[in-house]
Design a protein around this ligand. Sequence first.
Ligand code: ISL
Length: 557
Amino acid sequence: MTKKNWWQEAVVYQVYPMSFQDSDGDGIGDIGGLTQRLPYIKQLGADVIWLNPIYCSPNKDNGYDISDCQNIQPTYGTMAQYDEMLETAHKLGLKIMMDLVVNHTSDQHQWFIESKKSKDNPYRDYYIWHDPVDGHEPNNWGSFFSGSAWKFDEATGQYFLHLFADVQPDLNWENPVVRNEVWDLMTFWLDKGIDGFRMDVINLISKTAGLPDIPKPDNAIYSDATAVANGPRLNEFLQEMNSKVLSHYDVMTVGEMPGATPEKAQEYTNLKGDELNMVFQFEHIALTPNPDERLTKWNDAKVKLTDLKASLSKWQIGLDGKGWNSLYWNNHDQPRAVSRFATDDPKYRVKAAKMLGTTLHMLQGTPYIYQGEEIGMTNVKLDDISQYEDIETLNAYQQFVVEEKIVDKETMMRYFATMSRDHARTPMQWASAENAGFTTGKPWFNLNPNYTDINVEAALADDDSVFYYYQKLIQLRHEHELIVYGNYEAIDSEDNDVFAYRRHYNGQTLLVLSNFTNQTVMRDYGQNDANQVLISNYTDNKNNVLRPYETQVYLFE
Ligand code: ISL
């Protein structure tokens, strides 16, 4: 790695605005609330905030169905409040990264309203329309949110493509006019002074020519990111975006890329810098697919540590010196990290949350913290399908339980209890007071009842909290180039209890040991000869002993 960049040394904090902080009592988080909480994010020590979509939206997919991307959703506030938030963030030394959603729009976007009107409407080619083939859908592509990815429009007799919900039609990136619209939209926000973009499913924008079927027995409808992602013109589109827009600003970019491999990510995050800075890859969060592949991610299996290690090690080594990793355990689409990868058993939750944070933050790449992770927030227990909100969850229930009956209700509810996106979306737990200090009104979504114990107020009052531990992890990264740039060496990949690795940089070595079990284990990696323990979640490190969920970071100089 020759050139060092600020975004390689940064730590990102993700804010899901709907669930972060309400400032006007309507029960929905908003920009005013975020502005109030900026000093909290600063106190944690993060450098950048990734803000999920706040644009006008019918909110069928919580803002990922945008009807106007140059205006603010009224429930979130006004553009004046946004500008004030941006200015306040910058004064505090915090950067703001916006969500760019341009694989699709809402069906309520003016472009789609026009596009739907007739086959010769000037906006028709903004979207992907297709005649029926033999009287049915043009191919067997499935939507990620259940059912076919095609919807028939009676009025014009054609299907349109929607890789997500049918209210999220895909834009036609083959059309240069569409690309110019996107460059204009990006420029609008960049000229306001924002500091980067997280790009929603950006590796789905280039569709394979001829839209061929995904090879499947009986030509079944099936959603498969690896089959529809990384299309033939993706590098070209990203390079055009870079030369026309990004290269004119000093900003940070991360492309969300289901189905990306390290080889592909090397291209997208290449060190020439002519595409993106980093990608969100999905491999380590997709290690427990259901054996019945129609059910895709819906499962309740625990991740095997050896699989997790193999996956993360592959990406660490695959991008070293060739690209750049982003590091994350969870986000607004994933269950809570501590529940999924370790344990939310109250006996170990705090230790486990610190252990997971350490394992991730000591890797090479840019770490992302999802709101609430820094206080060890957990999955929520929802007993009935009526308590869920998320479109992916609700559609899956409808398709697999109600219509196709390929799984029974109890089993599916268990899968949701493990994997639903709603676990991430319960409101932020600020205090033990009513509604967790999130709102003075009625929260738009269930609070996790454990807010009385797990909340920011309690974390800030406790020297030994997950919050202060994360603060220290961030500080260490800011102090040690070894943590940012060092290369990665895997240790004992067959060990299913301990995640151990080394990092090397300019003659220094870092040794990271994390016990992923609730048992005490012994491991000797020469840690007794280290010059320093940089951080640990137990105070009195014992020779070669790793107690339940113990994590230790050693520096050798
Ligand atoms: O959540 C998922 C799997 O766990 C995916 O299906 C998810 O939808 C996919 O990761 C893409 O996510 C992004 O685009 C979606 C939006 O619903 C997600 O919130 C967003 O992060 C469509 O815009």
